[in-house]
Ligand binder design. Structure first.
Ligand code: FAD
Ligand code: NAD
Length: 454
Protein backbone atom coordinates (compact mmCIF):
# COMPACT_ATOMS: atom_id res chain seq x y z
CA UNK A 1 0.00 0.00 0.00
CA UNK A 2 1.31 3.46 -0.93
CA UNK A 3 0.76 6.31 1.49
CA UNK A 4 0.37 10.03 0.59
CA UNK A 5 -0.31 13.15 2.63
CA UNK A 6 -3.02 14.32 0.23
CA UNK A 7 -4.88 12.51 -2.56
CA UNK A 8 -7.12 14.18 -5.14
CA UNK A 9 -9.53 11.88 -6.96
CA UNK A 10 -10.35 13.39 -10.38
CA UNK A 11 -8.34 15.69 -12.62
CA UNK A 12 -11.02 18.16 -13.69
CA UNK A 13 -11.65 20.80 -11.03
CA UNK A 14 -9.77 18.66 -8.49
CA UNK A 15 -6.55 19.16 -10.39
CA UNK A 16 -6.79 22.95 -10.22
CA UNK A 17 -6.58 23.03 -6.45
CA UNK A 18 -3.03 21.67 -6.36
CA UNK A 19 -0.33 24.29 -6.77
CA UNK A 20 3.02 25.13 -5.22
CA UNK A 21 1.40 25.92 -1.87
CA UNK A 22 1.19 22.13 -1.46
CA UNK A 23 4.82 21.45 -2.38
CA UNK A 24 5.70 20.58 1.23
CA UNK A 25 3.33 17.60 0.96
CA UNK A 26 3.46 14.26 -0.83
CA UNK A 27 0.44 14.59 -3.13
CA UNK A 28 -1.27 11.97 -5.32
CA UNK A 29 -3.73 12.63 -8.12
CA UNK A 30 -5.85 9.85 -9.55
CA UNK A 31 -7.00 10.25 -13.13
CA UNK A 32 -9.27 8.02 -15.14
CA UNK A 33 -9.97 10.37 -18.06
CA UNK A 34 -7.88 13.12 -19.63
CA UNK A 35 -6.49 16.03 -17.59
CA UNK A 36 -8.80 19.03 -17.55
CA UNK A 37 -11.87 16.80 -17.06
CA UNK A 38 -15.23 17.52 -18.65
CA UNK A 39 -14.81 21.28 -19.05
CA UNK A 40 -11.65 21.13 -21.15
CA UNK A 41 -12.26 17.90 -23.04
CA UNK A 42 -16.00 17.53 -23.60
CA UNK A 43 -17.77 20.47 -21.98
CA UNK A 44 -17.55 24.22 -21.56
CA UNK A 45 -14.52 24.92 -23.71
CA UNK A 46 -15.02 22.87 -26.88
CA UNK A 47 -18.75 23.68 -26.89
CA UNK A 48 -17.93 27.40 -26.74
CA UNK A 49 -15.27 27.14 -29.43
CA UNK A 50 -17.88 25.44 -31.60
CA UNK A 51 -20.56 27.99 -30.60
CA UNK A 52 -18.39 30.88 -31.76
CA UNK A 53 -17.72 29.03 -35.03
CA UNK A 54 -21.49 28.66 -35.46
CA UNK A 55 -21.99 32.38 -34.75
CA UNK A 56 -19.44 33.30 -37.41
CA UNK A 57 -21.31 31.08 -39.90
CA UNK A 58 -24.64 32.64 -38.86
CA UNK A 59 -23.11 36.10 -39.25
CA UNK A 60 -22.01 35.39 -42.82
CA UNK A 61 -25.43 33.98 -43.72
CA UNK A 62 -27.15 37.02 -42.26
CA UNK A 63 -24.65 39.64 -43.41
CA UNK A 64 -27.31 41.08 -45.73
CA UNK A 65 -29.06 42.58 -42.69
CA UNK A 66 -26.08 44.94 -42.51
CA UNK A 67 -25.99 45.42 -46.29
CA UNK A 68 -22.86 43.33 -46.58
CA UNK A 69 -22.72 41.03 -49.60
CA UNK A 70 -21.35 37.69 -48.43
CA UNK A 71 -21.84 34.06 -49.27
CA UNK A 72 -20.91 31.01 -47.26
CA UNK A 73 -19.80 27.61 -48.46
CA UNK A 74 -20.57 26.22 -45.04
CA UNK A 75 -18.38 25.07 -42.17
CA UNK A 76 -15.26 23.01 -42.88
CA UNK A 77 -15.97 20.53 -40.07
CA UNK A 78 -12.73 18.48 -40.29
CA UNK A 79 -10.73 21.73 -40.07
CA UNK A 80 -12.82 22.87 -37.11
CA UNK A 81 -12.14 19.54 -35.40
CA UNK A 82 -8.44 19.92 -35.94
CA UNK A 83 -8.42 23.52 -34.70
CA UNK A 84 -10.55 22.90 -31.61
CA UNK A 85 -9.41 19.48 -30.48
CA UNK A 86 -5.87 19.85 -31.78
CA UNK A 87 -5.57 22.69 -29.30
CA UNK A 88 -7.54 21.23 -26.41
CA UNK A 89 -6.02 17.72 -26.56
CA UNK A 90 -2.57 19.33 -26.43
CA UNK A 91 -3.59 21.34 -23.33
CA UNK A 92 -4.81 18.12 -21.67
CA UNK A 93 -1.56 16.29 -22.52
CA UNK A 94 0.55 19.22 -21.29
CA UNK A 95 -1.47 19.29 -18.06
CA UNK A 96 -0.65 15.65 -17.44
CA UNK A 97 3.02 16.08 -18.42
CA UNK A 98 3.35 19.03 -16.01
CA UNK A 99 1.91 17.01 -13.16
CA UNK A 100 4.17 14.04 -13.92
CA UNK A 101 7.18 16.36 -14.00
CA UNK A 102 6.31 17.77 -10.56
CA UNK A 103 8.57 16.66 -7.72
CA UNK A 104 5.76 16.56 -5.16
CA UNK A 105 2.88 15.03 -7.16
CA UNK A 106 2.46 11.38 -8.17
CA UNK A 107 -0.03 10.63 -10.95
CA UNK A 108 -1.97 7.37 -10.88
CA UNK A 109 -3.98 6.48 -14.00
CA UNK A 110 -7.05 4.31 -13.77
CA UNK A 111 -10.48 3.87 -12.22
CA UNK A 112 -10.47 4.28 -8.44
CA UNK A 113 -12.88 3.11 -5.78
CA UNK A 114 -12.81 3.22 -2.02
CA UNK A 115 -11.87 0.11 -0.07
CA UNK A 116 -11.86 1.64 3.41
CA UNK A 117 -11.46 4.89 5.35
CA UNK A 118 -9.23 7.12 3.23
CA UNK A 119 -8.15 4.04 1.31
CA UNK A 120 -8.60 3.51 -2.43
CA UNK A 121 -7.88 0.86 -5.00
CA UNK A 122 -6.83 2.13 -8.42
CA UNK A 123 -7.04 -0.20 -11.44
CA UNK A 124 -3.88 0.96 -13.20
CA UNK A 125 -2.53 -0.52 -16.45
CA UNK A 126 0.15 -2.20 -14.32
CA UNK A 127 -2.42 -3.82 -12.05
CA UNK A 128 -4.33 -2.76 -8.94
CA UNK A 129 -2.63 -0.27 -6.65
CA UNK A 130 -3.90 0.41 -3.12
CA UNK A 131 -3.44 3.95 -1.86
CA UNK A 132 -3.95 5.51 1.53
CA UNK A 133 -3.87 9.21 2.32
CA UNK A 134 -4.20 11.42 5.38
CA UNK A 135 -6.54 13.68 3.48
CA UNK A 136 -8.59 13.05 0.33
CA UNK A 137 -10.52 15.33 -2.02
CA UNK A 138 -13.20 13.64 -4.13
CA UNK A 139 -13.79 15.49 -7.40
CA UNK A 140 -15.04 12.67 -9.63
CA UNK A 141 -17.70 14.69 -11.50
CA UNK A 142 -20.66 13.23 -13.34
CA UNK A 143 -21.77 11.69 -16.61
CA UNK A 144 -24.70 11.96 -19.01
CA UNK A 145 -27.99 10.27 -18.13
CA UNK A 146 -29.11 7.85 -20.84
CA UNK A 147 -32.79 6.86 -20.59
CA UNK A 148 -33.63 3.11 -20.87
CA UNK A 149 -35.34 3.23 -24.30
CA UNK A 150 -32.07 4.55 -25.75
CA UNK A 151 -29.63 2.51 -23.64
CA UNK A 152 -31.58 -0.74 -24.20
CA UNK A 153 -32.00 -0.26 -27.96
CA UNK A 154 -28.52 -1.53 -28.72
CA UNK A 155 -28.26 1.21 -31.33
CA UNK A 156 -25.59 3.90 -31.33
CA UNK A 157 -26.27 7.25 -29.70
CA UNK A 158 -24.21 10.32 -28.95
CA UNK A 159 -23.80 12.32 -25.77
CA UNK A 160 -21.93 15.54 -25.15
CA UNK A 161 -18.88 13.30 -24.52
CA UNK A 162 -18.84 12.13 -28.15
CA UNK A 163 -20.91 14.37 -30.40
CA UNK A 164 -18.50 17.28 -30.64
CA UNK A 165 -15.81 14.92 -31.98
CA UNK A 166 -17.89 13.30 -34.75
CA UNK A 167 -15.86 12.93 -37.96
CA UNK A 168 -18.76 14.10 -40.09
CA UNK A 169 -21.71 16.38 -39.55
CA UNK A 170 -24.87 14.23 -39.53
CA UNK A 171 -27.51 15.18 -42.07
CA UNK A 172 -30.40 14.65 -39.64
CA UNK A 173 -30.03 14.63 -35.88
CA UNK A 174 -32.57 14.17 -33.09
CA UNK A 175 -31.64 15.92 -29.87
CA UNK A 176 -33.34 14.35 -26.85
CA UNK A 177 -33.81 17.03 -24.17
CA UNK A 178 -34.23 20.78 -24.46
CA UNK A 179 -31.89 22.07 -21.74
CA UNK A 180 -28.41 23.59 -21.72
CA UNK A 181 -26.62 21.01 -23.86
CA UNK A 182 -29.44 20.72 -26.37
CA UNK A 183 -29.65 24.51 -26.78
CA UNK A 184 -25.89 24.89 -27.26
CA UNK A 185 -25.22 21.90 -29.50
CA UNK A 186 -28.41 22.13 -31.61
CA UNK A 187 -27.19 25.62 -32.55
CA UNK A 188 -23.75 24.30 -33.50
CA UNK A 189 -25.04 21.45 -35.66
CA UNK A 190 -27.78 23.56 -37.26
CA UNK A 191 -25.15 26.11 -38.27
CA UNK A 192 -23.03 23.26 -39.66
CA UNK A 193 -25.92 22.17 -41.89
CA UNK A 194 -27.63 19.44 -39.86
CA UNK A 195 -31.41 19.24 -39.91
CA UNK A 196 -32.21 19.20 -36.17
CA UNK A 197 -35.27 17.85 -34.33
CA UNK A 198 -35.51 18.59 -30.61
CA UNK A 199 -37.64 16.35 -28.38
CA UNK A 200 -38.35 17.89 -24.96
CA UNK A 201 -40.81 16.60 -22.40
CA UNK A 202 -41.69 20.06 -21.10
CA UNK A 203 -43.75 22.59 -23.07
CA UNK A 204 -40.85 24.99 -23.71
CA UNK A 205 -37.13 24.69 -24.27
CA UNK A 206 -34.90 25.78 -21.36
CA UNK A 207 -37.89 25.44 -19.06
CA UNK A 208 -35.80 26.11 -15.93
CA UNK A 209 -35.07 29.64 -17.13
CA UNK A 210 -37.21 32.68 -16.36
CA UNK A 211 -40.56 32.15 -18.11
CA UNK A 212 -40.11 35.11 -20.48
CA UNK A 213 -36.66 33.85 -21.47
CA UNK A 214 -37.83 30.26 -22.00
CA UNK A 215 -40.72 31.34 -24.21
CA UNK A 216 -38.69 33.96 -26.15
CA UNK A 217 -35.94 31.40 -26.77
CA UNK A 218 -38.40 28.72 -27.86
CA UNK A 219 -40.04 31.18 -30.28
CA UNK A 220 -36.68 32.32 -31.60
CA UNK A 221 -35.61 28.81 -32.65
CA UNK A 222 -39.01 27.53 -33.79
CA UNK A 223 -38.23 28.12 -37.46
CA UNK A 224 -34.75 26.54 -37.20
CA UNK A 225 -35.50 23.23 -35.50
CA UNK A 226 -38.34 20.77 -35.74
CA UNK A 227 -39.58 21.14 -32.16
CA UNK A 228 -41.43 18.28 -30.48
CA UNK A 229 -42.42 19.81 -27.15
CA UNK A 230 -44.31 17.99 -24.41
CA UNK A 231 -43.08 14.75 -25.96
CA UNK A 232 -41.00 11.80 -24.81
CA UNK A 233 -39.06 9.20 -26.75
CA UNK A 234 -40.46 5.70 -26.37
CA UNK A 235 -38.47 3.60 -28.85
CA UNK A 236 -35.34 3.63 -31.01
CA UNK A 237 -35.25 1.21 -33.94
CA UNK A 238 -33.50 0.86 -37.28
CA UNK A 239 -29.80 0.48 -37.84
CA UNK A 240 -26.70 2.60 -37.18
CA UNK A 241 -26.98 5.76 -39.27
CA UNK A 242 -30.63 5.04 -40.10
CA UNK A 243 -32.50 5.44 -36.85
CA UNK A 244 -36.26 5.42 -36.43
CA UNK A 245 -37.26 7.24 -33.26
CA UNK A 246 -40.80 6.83 -31.99
CA UNK A 247 -42.33 9.38 -29.63
CA UNK A 248 -45.20 9.01 -27.16
CA UNK A 249 -47.69 10.44 -29.71
CA UNK A 250 -46.70 7.56 -32.07
CA UNK A 251 -44.93 9.95 -34.43
CA UNK A 252 -41.73 8.56 -35.95
CA UNK A 253 -38.64 10.62 -36.75
CA UNK A 254 -35.93 9.32 -39.05
CA UNK A 255 -32.41 10.41 -38.20
CA UNK A 256 -28.76 9.61 -38.82
CA UNK A 257 -27.77 10.43 -35.24
CA UNK A 258 -29.35 10.77 -31.81
CA UNK A 259 -27.88 13.13 -29.25
CA UNK A 260 -28.99 12.37 -25.70
CA UNK A 261 -29.01 15.51 -23.53
CA UNK A 262 -31.50 14.87 -20.74
CA UNK A 263 -29.25 15.80 -17.82
CA UNK A 264 -26.20 14.48 -15.99
CA UNK A 265 -25.79 12.38 -12.88
CA UNK A 266 -22.95 12.23 -10.35
CA UNK A 267 -20.32 9.46 -10.55
CA UNK A 268 -20.80 8.66 -6.84
CA UNK A 269 -22.29 5.24 -7.68
CA UNK A 270 -18.97 4.07 -9.13
CA UNK A 271 -16.81 4.81 -6.09
CA UNK A 272 -17.97 2.45 -3.27
CA UNK A 273 -18.28 5.52 -1.05
CA UNK A 274 -20.01 3.57 1.72
CA UNK A 275 -16.72 1.72 2.38
CA UNK A 276 -15.18 5.08 3.28
CA UNK A 277 -18.12 6.32 5.38
CA UNK A 278 -19.00 8.99 2.78
CA UNK A 279 -22.74 9.59 2.46
CA UNK A 280 -24.86 10.81 -0.46
CA UNK A 281 -28.25 12.51 -0.73
CA UNK A 282 -31.21 11.07 -2.68
CA UNK A 283 -29.77 12.42 -5.93
CA UNK A 284 -26.45 10.63 -5.39
CA UNK A 285 -24.65 13.87 -4.53
CA UNK A 286 -21.99 13.58 -1.82
CA UNK A 287 -23.21 15.33 1.32
CA UNK A 288 -20.87 18.10 2.42
CA UNK A 289 -20.97 20.92 4.95
CA UNK A 290 -20.32 24.58 4.12
CA UNK A 291 -16.55 23.93 4.34
CA UNK A 292 -17.04 21.13 1.76
CA UNK A 293 -16.14 18.43 4.28
CA UNK A 294 -17.88 15.07 3.80
CA UNK A 295 -19.14 13.07 6.75
CA UNK A 296 -15.88 11.05 6.72
CA UNK A 297 -12.99 12.58 8.64
CA UNK A 298 -10.29 13.96 6.36
CA UNK A 299 -12.38 13.74 3.16
CA UNK A 300 -13.59 16.78 1.18
CA UNK A 301 -15.64 16.83 -2.03
CA UNK A 302 -16.32 19.38 -4.76
CA UNK A 303 -17.64 19.92 -8.27
CA UNK A 304 -20.48 18.12 -10.03
CA UNK A 305 -20.46 15.38 -7.39
CA UNK A 306 -21.69 17.73 -4.63
CA UNK A 307 -25.13 19.37 -4.48
CA UNK A 308 -24.33 22.92 -5.76
CA UNK A 309 -25.17 23.98 -9.34
CA UNK A 310 -23.13 21.79 -11.75
CA UNK A 311 -21.15 24.63 -13.34
CA UNK A 312 -17.44 25.10 -13.84
CA UNK A 313 -17.17 28.51 -12.18
CA UNK A 314 -18.89 27.00 -9.13
CA UNK A 315 -16.50 24.02 -9.12
CA UNK A 316 -13.51 26.36 -9.45
CA UNK A 317 -14.64 28.38 -6.44
CA UNK A 318 -15.23 25.18 -4.48
CA UNK A 319 -11.69 24.10 -5.36
CA UNK A 320 -10.38 27.43 -3.99
CA UNK A 321 -12.33 26.90 -0.77
CA UNK A 322 -11.10 23.32 -0.34
CA UNK A 323 -7.49 24.32 -1.11
CA UNK A 324 -7.69 27.07 1.51
CA UNK A 325 -9.24 24.74 4.08
CA UNK A 326 -6.57 22.08 3.51
CA UNK A 327 -3.86 24.67 4.01
CA UNK A 328 -5.52 26.64 6.84
CA UNK A 329 -7.57 24.22 8.92
CA UNK A 330 -7.67 26.71 11.80
CA UNK A 331 -9.25 29.48 9.70
CA UNK A 332 -11.57 27.64 7.31
CA UNK A 333 -13.63 29.27 4.58
CA UNK A 334 -17.18 28.39 3.63
CA UNK A 335 -18.72 28.06 0.19
CA UNK A 336 -21.61 30.36 -0.69
CA UNK A 337 -24.18 29.56 -3.36
CA UNK A 338 -26.16 32.78 -2.75
CA UNK A 339 -25.42 34.44 -6.08
CA UNK A 340 -24.66 31.95 -8.85
CA UNK A 341 -24.81 33.27 -12.41
CA UNK A 342 -25.06 31.02 -15.46
CA UNK A 343 -25.18 31.42 -19.21
CA UNK A 344 -26.37 29.34 -22.14
CA UNK A 345 -24.05 29.94 -25.06
CA UNK A 346 -26.59 29.45 -27.79
CA UNK A 347 -28.30 31.79 -30.21
CA UNK A 348 -29.79 33.97 -28.85
CA UNK A 349 -27.37 33.86 -25.92
CA UNK A 350 -28.91 33.72 -22.45
CA UNK A 351 -27.65 34.66 -19.00
CA UNK A 352 -29.22 34.65 -15.59
CA UNK A 353 -28.56 35.29 -11.94
CA UNK A 354 -30.82 34.93 -8.91
CA UNK A 355 -34.53 34.19 -8.98
CA UNK A 356 -36.73 33.70 -12.02
CA UNK A 357 -40.02 35.60 -12.04
CA UNK A 358 -41.92 32.36 -11.40
CA UNK A 359 -39.66 31.53 -8.41
CA UNK A 360 -40.11 35.05 -7.00
CA UNK A 361 -43.91 34.64 -7.25
CA UNK A 362 -43.82 31.16 -5.68
CA UNK A 363 -41.72 32.51 -2.80
CA UNK A 364 -44.30 35.27 -2.23
CA UNK A 365 -41.81 38.08 -2.91
CA UNK A 366 -43.07 41.61 -3.44
CA UNK A 367 -41.17 42.77 -6.50
CA UNK A 368 -41.09 45.10 -9.48
CA UNK A 369 -40.09 43.92 -12.95
CA UNK A 370 -37.96 46.19 -15.13
CA UNK A 371 -37.30 45.33 -18.78
CA UNK A 372 -35.58 46.91 -21.74
CA UNK A 373 -35.40 45.58 -25.27
CA UNK A 374 -32.11 45.67 -27.14
CA UNK A 375 -33.95 47.44 -29.96
CA UNK A 376 -34.71 50.32 -27.60
CA UNK A 377 -31.05 51.22 -27.08
CA UNK A 378 -28.73 52.65 -29.70
CA UNK A 379 -26.32 49.72 -29.87
CA UNK A 380 -29.27 47.40 -30.41
CA UNK A 381 -29.98 49.43 -33.56
CA UNK A 382 -26.39 48.86 -34.70
CA UNK A 383 -26.84 45.15 -34.14
CA UNK A 384 -30.21 45.13 -35.96
CA UNK A 385 -31.34 43.13 -32.94
CA UNK A 386 -35.09 42.63 -32.57
CA UNK A 387 -35.49 39.86 -29.99
CA UNK A 388 -33.06 40.63 -27.18
CA UNK A 389 -34.00 42.01 -23.77
CA UNK A 390 -32.78 42.50 -20.23
CA UNK A 391 -35.17 41.86 -17.37
CA UNK A 392 -34.56 42.61 -13.71
CA UNK A 393 -36.59 41.70 -10.64
CA UNK A 394 -36.26 44.23 -7.84
CA UNK A 395 -37.45 43.73 -4.27
CA UNK A 396 -40.17 46.32 -3.60
CA UNK A 397 -39.10 46.82 0.00
CA UNK A 398 -35.30 46.97 -0.17
CA UNK A 399 -34.81 48.07 -3.79
CA UNK A 400 -32.24 45.28 -4.18
CA UNK A 401 -32.07 42.89 -7.09
CA UNK A 402 -33.71 39.49 -6.67
CA UNK A 403 -32.77 38.27 -10.12
CA UNK A 404 -31.76 39.31 -13.60
CA UNK A 405 -32.13 37.72 -17.03
CA UNK A 406 -30.65 38.67 -20.38
CA UNK A 407 -31.43 37.19 -23.79
CA UNK A 408 -29.49 38.40 -26.81
CA UNK A 409 -25.95 39.05 -28.04
CA UNK A 410 -23.31 39.17 -25.28
CA UNK A 411 -25.85 38.20 -22.60
CA UNK A 412 -23.18 36.40 -20.54
CA UNK A 413 -21.08 39.56 -20.41
CA UNK A 414 -23.98 41.96 -19.87
CA UNK A 415 -25.24 40.13 -16.80
CA UNK A 416 -21.96 40.54 -14.92
CA UNK A 417 -22.62 44.06 -13.48
CA UNK A 418 -25.87 42.68 -12.12
CA UNK A 419 -23.99 39.76 -10.55
CA UNK A 420 -21.74 42.31 -8.83
CA UNK A 421 -24.78 44.31 -7.68
CA UNK A 422 -26.36 41.22 -6.14
CA UNK A 423 -23.10 40.05 -4.58
CA UNK A 424 -22.57 43.40 -2.87
CA UNK A 425 -26.25 43.96 -2.04
CA UNK A 426 -26.52 47.21 -4.04
CA UNK A 427 -29.91 48.70 -4.81
CA UNK A 428 -31.14 48.92 -8.40
CA UNK A 429 -31.19 52.73 -8.05
CA UNK A 430 -27.55 52.84 -6.94
CA UNK A 431 -26.43 50.61 -9.79
CA UNK A 432 -28.39 52.57 -12.40
CA UNK A 433 -27.65 56.08 -11.17
CA UNK A 434 -24.23 56.17 -9.51
CA UNK A 435 -21.83 54.81 -12.13
CA UNK A 436 -21.71 56.37 -15.57
CA UNK A 437 -22.77 53.87 -18.22
CA UNK A 438 -20.89 54.24 -21.50
CA UNK A 439 -22.97 55.60 -24.37
CA UNK A 440 -23.90 54.05 -26.76
CA UNK A 441 -22.64 50.69 -25.45
CA UNK A 442 -24.89 47.66 -25.22
CA UNK A 443 -24.69 47.94 -21.42
CA UNK A 444 -27.33 50.69 -21.73
CA UNK A 445 -29.86 47.86 -22.02
CA UNK A 446 -28.92 46.86 -18.45
CA UNK A 447 -28.95 50.44 -17.15
CA UNK A 448 -32.37 51.07 -18.67
CA UNK A 449 -33.88 47.82 -17.40
CA UNK A 450 -32.82 48.92 -13.89
CA UNK A 451 -34.31 52.38 -14.41
CA UNK A 452 -37.52 50.75 -15.62
CA UNK A 453 -37.83 49.01 -12.23
CA UNK A 454 -37.32 52.18 -10.16
C1 FAD B 1 -21.33 19.91 -22.93
C2 FAD B 1 -21.10 20.65 -21.64
C3 FAD B 1 -20.92 22.01 -21.66
C4 FAD B 1 -20.71 22.70 -20.48
N1 FAD B 1 -20.56 24.06 -20.53
C5 FAD B 1 -20.38 24.74 -19.40
C6 FAD B 1 -20.21 26.15 -19.43
O1 FAD B 1 -20.23 26.77 -20.49
N2 FAD B 1 -20.02 26.81 -18.27
C7 FAD B 1 -20.02 26.14 -17.08
O2 FAD B 1 -19.86 26.79 -16.04
N3 FAD B 1 -20.17 24.80 -17.00
C8 FAD B 1 -20.35 24.09 -18.14
N4 FAD B 1 -20.48 22.73 -18.08
C9 FAD B 1 -20.40 22.06 -16.77
C10 FAD B 1 -18.92 21.83 -16.37
O3 FAD B 1 -18.25 21.16 -17.41
C11 FAD B 1 -18.85 21.02 -15.08
O4 FAD B 1 -19.59 21.68 -14.08
C12 FAD B 1 -17.42 20.85 -14.59
O5 FAD B 1 -16.58 20.40 -15.61
C13 FAD B 1 -17.40 19.87 -13.42
O6 FAD B 1 -16.09 19.67 -12.97
P1 FAD B 1 -15.73 18.44 -12.02
O7 FAD B 1 -14.31 18.59 -11.67
O8 FAD B 1 -16.73 18.32 -10.94
O9 FAD B 1 -15.93 17.16 -12.93
P2 FAD B 1 -15.09 16.65 -14.19
O10 FAD B 1 -14.43 17.76 -14.90
O11 FAD B 1 -16.01 15.75 -14.93
O12 FAD B 1 -13.92 15.80 -13.53
C14 FAD B 1 -14.15 14.55 -12.98
C15 FAD B 1 -12.83 13.82 -12.98
O13 FAD B 1 -12.95 12.63 -12.21
C16 FAD B 1 -12.40 11.55 -12.93
N5 FAD B 1 -13.04 10.34 -12.43
C17 FAD B 1 -14.36 10.08 -12.33
N6 FAD B 1 -14.55 8.89 -11.73
C18 FAD B 1 -13.31 8.41 -11.45
C19 FAD B 1 -12.85 7.24 -10.83
N7 FAD B 1 -13.68 6.31 -10.33
N8 FAD B 1 -11.52 7.05 -10.71
C20 FAD B 1 -10.64 7.99 -11.19
N9 FAD B 1 -11.02 9.13 -11.77
C21 FAD B 1 -12.35 9.33 -11.89
C22 FAD B 1 -12.68 11.90 -14.38
O14 FAD B 1 -11.86 11.17 -15.27
C23 FAD B 1 -12.36 13.39 -14.35
O15 FAD B 1 -10.98 13.60 -14.41
C24 FAD B 1 -20.68 22.00 -19.25
C25 FAD B 1 -20.84 20.62 -19.22
C26 FAD B 1 -21.05 19.94 -20.41
C27 FAD B 1 -21.21 18.45 -20.37
N1 NAD C 1 -23.37 26.91 -20.52
C1 NAD C 1 -23.37 26.13 -19.46
O1 NAD C 1 -23.13 26.54 -18.33
C2 NAD C 1 -23.64 24.65 -19.63
C3 NAD C 1 -23.69 24.10 -20.89
C4 NAD C 1 -23.96 22.74 -21.01
C5 NAD C 1 -24.16 21.97 -19.88
N2 NAD C 1 -24.09 22.54 -18.67
C6 NAD C 1 -24.32 21.75 -17.45
O2 NAD C 1 -24.60 20.41 -17.80
C7 NAD C 1 -25.81 20.01 -17.18
C8 NAD C 1 -26.50 18.99 -18.03
O3 NAD C 1 -27.02 19.59 -19.23
P1 NAD C 1 -28.26 18.94 -19.95
O4 NAD C 1 -28.66 19.81 -21.07
O5 NAD C 1 -28.00 17.50 -20.20
O6 NAD C 1 -29.38 18.95 -18.81
P2 NAD C 1 -30.49 20.03 -18.42
O7 NAD C 1 -30.94 19.65 -17.07
O8 NAD C 1 -30.06 21.40 -18.70
O9 NAD C 1 -31.68 19.73 -19.47
C9 NAD C 1 -32.24 18.47 -19.60
C10 NAD C 1 -33.56 18.63 -20.34
O10 NAD C 1 -34.01 17.36 -20.75
C11 NAD C 1 -35.41 17.25 -20.50
N3 NAD C 1 -35.70 15.84 -20.35
C12 NAD C 1 -35.36 15.03 -19.31
N4 NAD C 1 -35.75 13.77 -19.56
C13 NAD C 1 -36.31 13.78 -20.80
C14 NAD C 1 -36.87 12.78 -21.62
N5 NAD C 1 -36.90 11.50 -21.23
N6 NAD C 1 -37.37 13.13 -22.82
C15 NAD C 1 -37.31 14.43 -23.23
N7 NAD C 1 -36.77 15.42 -22.49
C16 NAD C 1 -36.28 15.09 -21.30
C17 NAD C 1 -35.63 18.10 -19.26
O11 NAD C 1 -36.97 18.52 -19.16
C18 NAD C 1 -34.65 19.25 -19.49
O12 NAD C 1 -35.25 20.29 -20.22
C19 NAD C 1 -26.59 21.30 -16.99
O13 NAD C 1 -27.48 21.22 -15.92
C20 NAD C 1 -25.52 22.32 -16.75
O14 NAD C 1 -25.26 22.43 -15.39
C21 NAD C 1 -23.85 23.87 -18.52
Amino acid sequence: MRHHDLLVLGVGSGNVLIDDRFSHLDVAVVAEGPFGGTCLNAGCIPSKMLAVTAEVADGVREAGRHNVRATSDGIDWPAVQERVFGRLDAVARDGEDDRRASDFVTVYRGHARFTGERELLVETDDGPETLHADRIVVAAGGRPVVPPPVADSGLPYETSDTVMRLDEVPERMVVLGGGYIAAELAHVFHAAGTSVTVVEKKETLLAEQDESVASAFTDAVRDQYDLRLGRELVRVEGSPGQLRITLDDDSVIEADALLVAVGRKPNSDTLDLDKAGITCDDNGMIEVDAQLRTGATGVWALGDIVPGPPLKHVANREAEVVAHNLLHPDAPRTMSYDVVPAAVFTRPQIAQVGLTEQEAREQGKEFVVGTRAYEDVAYGWSLEETRGFCKVLVDRGTGRLLGAHVLGPQAATLVQPLVLAMTFGLTARDVAERPLWIHPALTEVVENALRDAM
